[in-house]
Design a binder for this molecule. Structure first.
Ligand code: RFL
Ligand code: PHB
Length: 393
């Protein structure tokens, strides 16, 4: 058994764990990241694409925004296509100049991994049997195996950044934790293709055939999604079938502008709303998807992971630099206040734009009226815009 020691043990090297590591490093606080997958696997996962301004600011504070500044695409508006007609939501005009940035989570992850490598920071990849111990006592520790060798990592705190299926939340005794969950009866079939996007701005599509989203990663890479039954399998969706169905959900102009091509990646993600309360258990903090999941409709998952890390990094920095436990004590409540607002927005966007098989004709009419109201009302559009660009910390 090899004995290791650090101030903060971080479990998981997704965006939450990597960003926390970078912010702690900049503040002179030692940490070690333990990740169950390989570095290549982590760097190639394709997920989110939209960054709120507060997330962009945090990446700037962490000193990892060089590529983001160069290649990120600022977006001042989105389109909503409903009943065959397009409505532009002028995010900037409705939020006193705020905007979002199109920059892939894959790129954020790569930038953070490169910064880590350049600073020679310690990560144990392909760690097996990761376990967190004694986080309700003074001296927590983590055990794991790598390449057949056993490790024991002593630390002051453990940051559980290990996603929805991670070990940290699962290690909390059942009577100390409460979870809230809503599972949706559909998923998103996503396709990444080496073709220019159909439009300069994202198009959220509400149609009788179900929801669709036209997004992008750059001016030459497109990301499209279709609402599909959660029971569907990727193999049932040839590229041809995907493009045909997308065309069926679009308006004529977009259909004509759509450039199709071979898919580079295709996958189905189930949709779920999920929150854990609290987010701190003694010396263990949960952050990002380990603590909460949102359906991707509001583009909030990665951004919530970033806001948790903003609270957690400043709490830990305040503890080590000023001997104050205030940030640590307030961590869970501060995060959850913001988390629940993003949960509400993501649930609402999902509800408004997707087709639910179980809804009655009356429910469907009411939903259409709500969307029409939002799109015709300055107050309605403002509500949508201020949530989409991100609520303040
Ligand atoms: P991650 O990214 O899941 O990283 C967790 C890491 O922990 C590792 N791990 C373990 N390590 C050690 N021991 C264990 N026992 C472990 N168990 C797990 C995992 O290997 C992994 O490396 O969580 P994190 O860091 O909290 O980041 C969260 C985001 O990844 C997630 O919220 C977003 O991708 C959600 N999301 C979106 N968010 C946005 O803000 N904007 C978007 O536009 C957006 N679009 C999306 C999305 C998620 C999607 N999917 C695939 C669900 C679109 C899609 C389709
Ligand atoms: C994406 O580009 O992957 C994306 C964009 C907006 C969303 C969800 C996903 O709401």
């Amino acid at each position: 058994m090899e004995n290791l020691k650090t101030q903060v043990a971080i479990i998981g090297s997704g965006p939450a764990g990597l960003l926390l590591g970078q912010l702690l490093y900049k503040a002179g606080i030692s940490h070690i990241i333990i990740e169950q997958r390989s570095a290549d696997y982590v760097a190639s996962r394709i997920r989110a694409g939209i960054l709120e301004q507060v997330s962009v600011d945090l990446l700037n504070q962490a000193g990892v925004d060089e590529n983001l500044k160069k290649f990120g695409l600022p977006h001042e508006g989105i389109e909503i296509l409903s009943n065959g007609s397009k409505h532009r939501v002028d995010l900037s005009a409705l939020t006193q100049g705020k905007q979002v940035t199109v920059y892939g989570q894959t790129e954020v992850t790569k930038d953070l991994m490169q910064a880590r490598e350049a600073a020679d920071l310690c990560t144990y990849y392909e760690a097996q049997d990761v376990q967190v111990h004694d986080f309700d006592q003074q001296q927590p520790y983590v055990t794991f195996q790598q390449n057949g060798q056993s490790f024991r990592l002593a630390c002051d705190f453990i940051a559980g950044c290990d996603g929805y299926h991670g070990v940290c939340r699962a290690s909390v005794p059942q009577d100390k934790i409460k979870t809230f969950e809503k599972v949706y009866p559909f998923g998103w079939l996503g396709v990444l293709a080496d073709v220019p996007p159909v439009s300069d701005e994202l198009i959220y599509v509400q149609s009788e055939r179900g929801f669709a989203l036209c997004s992008m990663r750059s001016k030459t890479h497109s990301r499209y999604y279709l609402q599909v039954p959660v029971t569907d399998h990727v193999e049932e969706w040839s590229d041809e079938r995907f493009w045909d169905e997308l065309k069926n959900r679009l308006d004529e102009e977009s259909r004509n502008n759509l450039v199709t091509g071979t898919s580079i990646e295709k996958s189905i993600a189930p949709l779920r709303s999920f929150v854990t309360e609290p987010m701190r258990f003694g010396k263990l903090f949960l952050a990002g998807d380990a603590a909460h999941i949102v359906p991707p409709t509001g583009a909030k998952g990665l951004n919530l992971a970033a806001s948790d890390i903003a609270y957690l990094s400043s709490a830990l920095i305040d503890f080590y630099q000023n001997n104050s436990t205030q940030g640590i004590d307030e961590y869970s409540e501060k995060c959850l206040t913001r988390v629940w607002k993003a949960e509400r927005f993501s649930w609402w966007m999902t509800h408004l734009l997707h087709r639910f098989e179980t809804e009655s004709e009356f429910d469907h009419k009411i939903k259409q009226a709500e969307l029409n109201y939002i799109l015709d009302s300055h107050a309605g559009l403002t509500t949508l815009a201020e949530n989409y660009v991100g609520l303040p910390y």
